[in-house]
Design a protein around this ligand. Structure first.
Ligand code: PXP
Length: 255
């Protein structure tokens, strides 16, 4: 199974630049679904710098795949999430000054608070994903707080890729593979995301057991050139191509 969820935040960034309704964020999400995206991701930040409350409410009403609401554990945001009841809530760390999410959540450090937040979302029927580094202690903590999904942070892998640092790429791939093994043994679904693009998607596809990719900026940027449906489809085609190839190599079909 190869799932691509489109993070639509930066359609909202572009819209907000002129306080207008263009591009229409909801329409972008619907087009992504038509092209085969299996979910829509949106990060309702405390500063509302991209998607706004009404975007989240509308998305939940009109999309036909699943809404994955990225969020901090801020009380106001948690309350909104409890009202909206997205299919999935992804808990991420959030700093007001950051350009984008900078790293994984420290589940070990904030265990009690995160566990409470997971319970609140479970109580309204929402699954919870934790955005974490591929580290054993964070995976164990994710299990401890009853998370359903772990989203492995791929930002550092993407930096290694941009620097053409093959040794670092291999180290990241090994860490992802170990993380997926732990997750499989402990009933956690695995996704991955951050800074993935049409180039670096190739090597991460070697980690066969990553089942879902959450991608935003690169696909939104490509959409401005070729349209949303084509941009989403190009990414899905790449994922299918690489995953199928690596799965066939492992099973010995390619000799
Ligand atoms: N996953 C998480 C948890 C994120 O915070 C983000 C950025 O909002 C993404 C995936 C998508 O990252 P990018 O926009 O770099 O593809």
């Amino acid at each position: 199974m190869f799932n691509l969820n489109l993070n639509i935040d930066h359609f909202a960034t572009l819209r907000n630049a002129r306080n207008s309704n263009e591009p229409n964020v909801i329409s972008a999400a619907l087009q992504a679904e038509i092209a085969g995206a299996t979910g829509i991701v949106a990060h309702l930040r405390v500063d509302r710098r991209h998607v706004k409350d009404e975007d989240i409410r509308l998305l939940q009403q009109v999309i036909t795949t699943k809404l994955n609401l990225e969020m901090s554990t801020d009380d106001e945001i948690v309350k909104i999430a409890q009202e909206v009841k997205p299919a999935v809530a992804t808990l991420v760390p959030e700093r007001p000054e950051e350009l984008t999410t900078e790293g994984g959540l420290d589940v070990v450090k904030h265990l009690k608070h995160i566990k409470e937040c997971v319970k609140k979302m479970h109580d309204v029927g929402t699954k919870v994903s934790l955005f974490i580094e591929p580290e054993q202690k964070q995976l164990e903590a994710a299990k401890e707080v009853n998370a359903d999904i772990v989203e492995l942070h791929t930002g550092n892998y993407a930096i290694a890729w941009e620097n053409d640092n093959s040794r670092a790429i291999e180290e990241h791939i090994d860490k992802f593979a170990n993380a997926t093994q732990y997750a499989a043994e402990n009933g956690l679904f695995v996704s991955a995301g951050h800074s993935l693009n049409y180039r670096n998607i190739k090597d991460i596809c070697r980690v066969i057991d990553i089942e879902e990719y959450n991608i935003g900026h690169s696909v939104v940027a490509r959409s401005t050139m070729v349209g949303v449906q084509a941009a989403v489809k190009e990414m899905i085609d790449l994922i299918i191509k690489y995953k199928t190839f690596y799965m066939a190599s492992i099973s010995g079909e390619l000799v």
